[in-house]
Every structure is written in C-alpha cells, then in structure tokens.
Ligand binder design. Sequence first.
Ligand SMILES: CC(=O)N[C@@H](C)C(=O)N[C@@H](C)C(=O)O
Length: 606
Amino acid sequence: MIQFSKPNVEQFFQTYRISTFAISQDESRLVFSSTLNGKFNLWAMDIGGETGYPYPLTYNDQMCGFIKLDPQGRHILTAFDRDGDENYQMHALRWNGGEPQPLFAGIPPEEKHHFLHLSEDGKRIYYSTNRENPNFLNSRVFDLESGEDRLLIEGKGTVTVICAVSQDEKRFAFVKEYANTHYVSYIQLEDGQEICLTPSPDEVHTSGGVQFLDGDNVIFATDYDSEFAYMAHYDIKERTFKRLCEIDSETVVMLKYHKDSRTVYIVTEKGVQDHLYAYALDTGELKAIPLPVDILEQIVVARSGNLYMLGRGAAKPYNIYRFDGSRWTMLTQNVVTGLTETDLIVPEVITYRSFDGMEIEALLFRAKDETANGYTVFWPHGGPQAAERKQFRSMFQYIIAEGYNIFCPNFRGSTGYGSSFAKLVEQDWGEGPRKDCLAAMDWLFEQGISSRDRLFVMGGSYGGYMTLLLAGRNPEYFKAAIDICGVSNLFTFYHSVPEDWKPIMGQWLGDPERDRERFIKDSPITYLDKMVNPLLIIQGANDPRVVKAESDQLVEELRAKGRDVEYIVFDDEGHGIMRKDNEKIAYARMVEFMNRCRQAKIQVEK
Ligand SMILES: CC(=O)N[C@@H](C)C(=O)N[C@@H](C)C(=O)O
C-alpha cells in the first residue's frame, strides 16, 4: 500500500471562487464568473449533457457585477470594475466571448452601473448609476437597439433604486434605503403615483426583493412589525397588504417566482445556515427542499422549473448545482485537489453568554489532533451587519491545517438573529460588540481551548477594525494581530466611504460632530500608546470602502513609535484579496507571522 504524505498547503489553494452565474433560456449553457485561472474571468460550460467542460469567455482578469444572457443567444451583458475599485461599468460580449465592448462611450472611471432588470425580449436594460447623482443614484433604462438612455427614477433624499419591473414595463417597484436595517419598497404606477407596500413607511422596517406575480400583484420580503423577515403580498388594485408566509426564527432573504407552476422559492437565513423552501401560491403549502450546501449565494429558476443554485458549505467550495424537482446535480466540479470532505474541518456551532447575559452564537473550528499546535485564531467578521457562517474559506482550511483552531463569534450587530440584534451595532461600533469579543475570549480560556499566550486576533474590514480596537484597548488578551483592510479612524472613514453610502452613515456609524467623543473612544488610532502587540496589516490599494489611507495612517504612526508592524499592499486588489497569487502570498505571510510570534517572547502588561 502506498503511503501518501500529509496534505500540502498548495492543495488548499486549488479551489476557485465563483461570484455569479447565468443560464441560457434553453438551459444548454451556463456562464459564470470565476477565478478558475487565478483571476476573475467569465467562463462558459455547455451543460446539455450531464456535465460540461469550462471554457473561457474573457481574459481581462476583472471581476464582474452581473451576467445576463440575451434570450436569443446574440450576446452577453455584464459589467466589470478595475482591480477591485467596485466601479462596475456595463459591457457587452459576443456570445462566444472575446473583447468586452462598453455599452456607453466616454464615461469617466468613477462612474458605476448596477444591473436592475432585462426586458423579456432582451432589448432594454434597466440599471442604477451614480451618473449625475452620486449620493442618491438614478435608475435608468437603456435601449440596446436604439441607444436611447432614459431616466426613470431620480434618487432624492436617500439612495433610491428600482428593484423590479412589471412584465409590460409600465410599473416599477423601487426601494428607498435609509440603513441596512431600514429600507422601504414602493410601487410606481403608470401615472407616477407611488404606493408604499407596507402599512406605514414611517415605521422603521425593511421591505425588498419584490417580485411581480402579474401587473397587479407583488410578493416581497419584509420584517414589518416582526423580528424576522417574512413573505408578504400586496394587491395593487385593492391596496391591501397581507402576510403570506412566515417561518419561525428564520429571515426571508430571497424570493424567486416560477410563473407556470405558481411556485415561490424562498431562501431563508437562520444564524450560520440557509434554508430553501417551495411555496405553492394556490394552496399555501410550504415544502422544505434539502440542500447539498449550507449557504445559498444565488438561485435562478429556469422556465422549465429547474432550479440553478450557487452555494457553498463549511467544507465545500463554491459550486453551481441544478435541481430538477427530485435531485441536485453538481454542474461544476470545484473540489479541494487531493482531499476529501473528511480531510477538511467543519465547525462546531456553540453559544456563550456575553457580559450582559446576552446569548451569542459562534463557530469553532478545531484543528485535528495530529496537527494541532495549541493556538487559536479569533476572527471577528466584517460587515458588521453580516455574520460568519458555514461558508468555505480556503484561508481558514489552510490555517487550520497549519495547526490553529479558529473561533468566529457572531457578536451583537450580526445578521441572522433578528432585526433588534442586528441594530445593536448601529452607532455602537466599539463598545457592545467588543465586549462580546472579550466575553468570547474569556469563554475560550475557561474552556481550556485557548489562553492569553496562545491567542491571535485576525479580521477583515469591520473585523479588521475590531482587531485593531482590541489591539489598542485589550492587548493583554492575545499575542499578536492581523488586520485586513480594517478601519483605523472613524473620522476619516466617515468621510472617505463611497458617496452612495453617505446617506446611511448617520444611522450606521453616527455623526462625527454630534458623536465626537464616541468617535474618539471607538477609533483604534486613539490607542496607539497601548497598541504594543506585533501587527500584520494587509490592504488593497483600490479599496473603495475602507480606503488605503486607513491602513497607511496607522502604519505610519506605529512605525514612528518603533513598533513591530508588517505592512503588505496589493496594487491590484480592492476590499479583500481575490486573486489566487495574492491569496497565496497573503495567507503564507499570515502563517509565517503567527509562527514567528509564537517563538517570540511578547510582554504585554496584564
Ligand atoms: C454599508 C455597508 O453595510 N457596507 C458593508 C457591506 C461593508 O462593506 N462594510 C465594510 C465596512 C465591511 O466590514 O466589509
């Protein structure tokens, strides 16, 4: 019997990301955006048989914002940004790929387009843009045949965008966004009249994901008068609102309507996992559909009724699947080369009590006995109104294979635990969530899983912010920290976010004048004197959300004080590390950094 050596770390990087996909009307062709050749490109697969072989459609190495296939198979509509700047701009591609052609001539690099809808005949594309309205956005329709580009809805007062279009294209649903936890959907009628879909636009709630059943009836997801979003129905003729389907302690995050069978596919989120249901509109029957993955990223319902899904699991990389009503077929074969699912680590879902008695859910990935080195990486997630869920991350599997446990708390402010819980981080970025992190660390110590000498903190974006804040305020809890594009200064962050985030900043973060004292207290840069642990900081040069200046200013100040700070900037990345060659560099540096810190004697005053 041949004995094979232990998995090589390279193996963990042989999986690829898939960000979005589309399926042709006859379901013979799948087009998806993936890092199959190391950088994001569009790929196609002919799936008329059971499976196909992926072939490239683009070679521009850029991430795309959406993919729509012309119903007559003439072209592909998509949008590309530039090296992570998130200014996605509309392009068309020949059916068989090649050089992408911009849909609009002579537009500046800072203009961005967000796909909203393609008409049934494929002739008109609806999109929102920052053109002429950087803060609140405008929704427009572009006629692909005549080249006419028409303004439909002008954003006023806050970001306002179309979210659904009726089949005859005479009525639009649009959403006004005030916060991540407060957005309200309306219908605009032929005469310009606007109707709110929920009983009162003045109550703080969310309503979105509108789907037209016909010209007079819509369904949508809302948490109006509820902790968890449910499916509601609005009858435009009768002007009546009705709760249609609620699932206990689960939040409806996606709805897809299949007209012929009058079925609504409902995706819900519950803590660290998603669920899928089929709801029969005529009988009200709700059937759970077992899933091959933990997390659903996208679903598409084909005319035939087949369901296509992009998903991933704790130990399953991104894959696209087809469901024919009875079984799932994995169309892409994205696996970790040479390993099976049992070689990978799935997390335990645990709960702990925080400082005020609040129950917090968390994921604990335990390194295998044969590789465990006794150290734990504490990972506060980004967002902050998001959650760490059972989502495959090659970075996690690599770090665990190197012997580290990983602990991920879904601190107050995380999504998936009700709307009140998600609101707890609003205008409190640094106190409640940080104390939840400290309570989690104490729990890890009490359980004997970790100790102050055997703990690292690492996070990206808000998670990077929390990492830096903990490094500044509670350095005695851990050995060293790794920050990936984290916010270091709430004042500069407030002013440097994308223009269309500015309308929600007050509710989300607060106001730098009104909340000056809190901004100072909650900014990591306030605590330079106490920030004595070794730090590794990683930043994308084109990050539009947490700009490079957030990392630059901190690195400069700490280096002036002679502190141990490693700094890596990727010139071709934005908010996060997407390219495989950069991932390999970054993750190898993280592990080297932690291994170095494990050897070093680090004295932090207790
Ligand atoms: C406005 C908003 O909630 N944006 C988030 C999606 C986001 O990008 N947050 C950053 C700070 C992050 O933590 O990733």
